[in-house]
Design a binder for this molecule. Structure first.
Ligand code: ADP
Ligand code: MG
Length: 687
């Protein structure tokens, strides 16, 4: 058979309908998928210990020939299986307890590899015995096993380890075509092994050093191709459409600045300068503002929007939730109305009539600024002349969604995205490689650090008495309800229960509100307005308040069932308090008694830095989940490790920058990308 990377695994020898279905469950349909099902780790048998050198009490890996196998039944309920092994330097006896089925594997004359703890074989055969045995494997053939280092894959019942090894080896041994996909000169410059070579050696290395080199090549390839894709995206939006050159006039801007009740921080000013610089250039802006919760990103985006409006264009601001969109509407109206700026609002929940009127106004240019949710990217929305698009809390949107909004302008509108998810530099480059990055590091002055406490539910009464006392002093409080994953209905139920318990008991005489995702936008809006105004003192909520909500007088947050949340999410929630002049308190109620749960939540007590927390979260949950929750629109990395491969990433990025500067290399790489990353970079290959 002529196999290549596109060949479907179902046609491979030894793969029947059952196995091919099992492959699909692992996300494997083609030979390419199979070969990039990289080993998770290796069993290194090149470092087997000679029996003459084995140390009693140590865990060792040995290898020898099976010379005798016996079964014993010393008493009822105990079955012993004993195998005697000789490696030329000594004898060892391996014992299995109550695993009679192992016997069929133990063919005399075959080589066995075994790992376990070595003891003296008192009274048994041989000099040593291995017990307990951790792992063993008998060679398939009579002959010596050729592979000393064995790959260990993510396997399933239907696709056992041995089968995967055999199949992958079979595929690689056939004259399979694995074309090189990196430009030759890059390979030389960065000393990368051939692709086919690397593919073979990542699965069946003869030394660990060889494996490391193969991994380097493949990780480089992966990061390089993704960087190329992202840079091409960036270049295309710069080349294809002409951007808008904003002018430097600033009467409207001055007017708005006068209305702001505070002074911008140095970081805010610096970031604003970077933004204005981009906007005044004829290249389209593509900038990410990264700043911890409460660092004051909103006002920076407002001032950017004012600039586009002042230049006669329309601005758009897209928020990930209704509540956040509503809140932006409320605070922007407050600030901008009196300066003559006309604001429109779009969300999925507008009445048909209302929606039509707003759409007409947007198309006619009778609205200067449109604030809204995802509704903004629907087809019917036509702008007259869109100048700047701001997306708040970008980590909630995919690349695709952002691109849709950008396509709404005749000229390429400027783009500003904001995120509070503090992510390490490796990730910024991988996920946001197509954007320039500005960072707001400092918080506005006068903030008192939030004090965070982790308590068990036995302290609930005391906690709520404390909350009551703070409310008596004029403060407001949030109570966030346990997260019930996968079910919004159950979340609502849990919030309703907490609300009823609290309002029926300790908060009987206090104005309370309940907000969750199942309320209509009208109801949500009403409650949030009352909380803003201070009529509602205590707000029981689900995670609908997670992002962006800004009520400076609220200084207490109780999070029920805190162990169900990720650290990054807890940090986002906690970011709702500590926004005013008062000392703020965050109390995490934990049901979990495990040491891990305690340690995890304990980190929240120790630090207020979103960056430190994100790193901890990454370590605890792994990049897959962290990445996944950001919905970045790119596939998970198959081999590179975003945390530990920063040096490879930086080299790959350099290489990608050079590639983009060379016409021939670029043409070559575009072809590769359209083959290998079809779905991820739709925009590139679409045209
Ligand atoms: P985030 O970056 O999380 O979106 P916001 O933009 O909502 O933060 O700002 C948080 C709070 O800080 C708001 O109440 C805002 O008015 C206030 N704020 C922003 N910048 C400053 C500043 N320079 N001085 C004082 N308060 C500020
Ligand atoms: Mg915000």
């Amino acid at each position: 058979m002529n196999t290549d990377l596109e060949t479907k695994v179902q046609y491979l020898k030894g793969v029947g309908p059952v196995k091919s279905k099992a492959f699909v469950n692992l996300g494997i349909t083609t030979v390419y998928d199979l070969l990039t099902h990289y080993p998770r780790r290796y069993e290194d048998r090149s470092v087997v210990t000679k029996l003459s050198e084995a140390k009693v009490g140590e865990t060792e890996t040995i290898s020898g020939i099976l010379i005798n196998v016996t079964e014993h039944n010393p008493r009822r309920g105990l079955k012993l299986l004993k195998a005697l092994v000789n490696d030329g330097s000594g004898f060892l006896q391996i014992t299995w307890f109550n695993q009679p089925f192992v016997k069929k594997n133990l063919k005399i004359g075959r080589r066995i590899f075994a790992t376990g703890k070595v003891n003296y074989a008192y009274g048994g055969q041989g000099q040593f015995e291995m017990n307990p045995i951790i792992d063993y494997e008998v060679a398939e053939e009579q002959a010596e096993d050729t592979h000393k280092i064995l790959p260990v894959y993510m396997a399933t019942d239907a696709l056992p380890q041995k089968f995967l090894r055999k199949l992958i080896e079979q595929v690689l041994d056939e004259s399979i075509k694995i074309p090189e996909n990196l430009p030759k000169h890059l390979q030389l410059e960065y000393q990368l092994m051939d692709r086919k070579d690397a593919m073979y050696k990542i699965h069946f290395p003869t030394t660990m050093e060889e494996m490391t080199k193969a991994r380097y090549r493949l990780a480089f390839e992966e990061l390089y191709l993704i960087q190329c894709g992202l840079l091409v995206l960036k270049k295309q939006s710069r080349d294809k459409q002409k951007g808008i050159r904003h002018l430097m006039n600033s009467t409207l801007l001055k007017k708005v600045l006068h209305k702001i009740p505070f002074k911008l921080t140095t970081d805010q000013k610096l970031v604003l300068e970077e933004i204005y610089h981009d906007m005044e250039s004829s290249l389209p802006m593509r900038r990410l503002i990264q700043g911890d919760v409460g660092s004051g990103k909103t006002i920076v985006s407002v001032l950017a929007l004012v600039k586009t409006i002042e230049n006669g264009y329309q601005g758009a601001l897209m928020a990930p939730t209704e509540i956040l969109a509503e809140q932006h509407l409320a605070s922007f109206t407050n600030l901008l109305d009196s300066c003559g700026i006309r604001i429109g609002f779009l969300s999925g929940k507008l009445t048909k009539k209302n929606r039509e009127v707003t759409l007409e106004k947007i198309a006619a240019g009778e609205v200067d600024l449109v604030i809204g949710t995802h509704a903004l990217i629907q087809e019917a929305v036509q702008f007259k002349n869109l100048g700047l698009v701001v997306t708040d809390e970008q980590h909630r949107f995919g690349i695709r969604q952002r691109a849709l909004l950008e396509e709404k302008g005749q000229l390429m509108p400027d783009v500003l995205v904001m995120t509070a998810t503090p992510i390490p530099r490796t990730m910024t480059l991988t996920v946001y490689g197509d954007l320039d990055v500005s960072v707001i590091k400092q918080l506005p002055p006068g903030r008192k650090p939030i004090r965070t406490f982790v308590r068990t539910s036995s302290k609930r009464d005391l906690i709520y008495q404390f909350v009551k006392a703070e409310i008596a002093k004029g403060r407001q409080a949030y109570v966030v309800c346990p997260l019930i994953e996968m079910s919004e209905t159950l979340n609502v139920q849990s919030a309703t229960e907490v609300y009823e318990e609290l309002t029926g008991g300790i908060f009987r005489d206090i104005e309370c509100g309940l907000v969750h995702g199942k309320l209509s936008s009208k109801e949500k809006e009403k409650i949030m307005l009352e909380f803003h105004a201070g009529t509602i003192k205590l707000l029981v909520a689900t995670t609908v308040i997670e992002v962006g909500v800004n009520v400076p007088n609220a200084s207490i947050m109780v999070i029920e069932g805190a162990d169900r949340f990720g650290l990054a999410q807890l940090h986002q929630l906690r970011g709702r308090i500590g926004r005013g002049q008062y000392q703020s308190y965050c109390i995490l109620i934990s049901q979990g008694k495990s040491a891990v749960a305690k340690e995890r939540l304990g980190i929240m007590e120790k630090t207020n830095s979103g960056f430190a927390l994100a790193e901890e979260d990454l370590k605890l949950r792994g990049p897959g989940q962290f990445f996944g929750s950001m919905q970045h629109g790119l596939a998970d990395l198959k081999i590179a490790d975003v945390l530990n491969d920063l040096d490879i990433l930086l080299k790959a990025r350099d290489a990608a920058l050079k590639t983009l500067a060379s016409v021939d290399d670029l043409r070559y790489i575009l072809e590769i990308l359209s083959l290998q990353y079809k779905d991820q970079f739709m925009k590139i290959t679409d045209n």
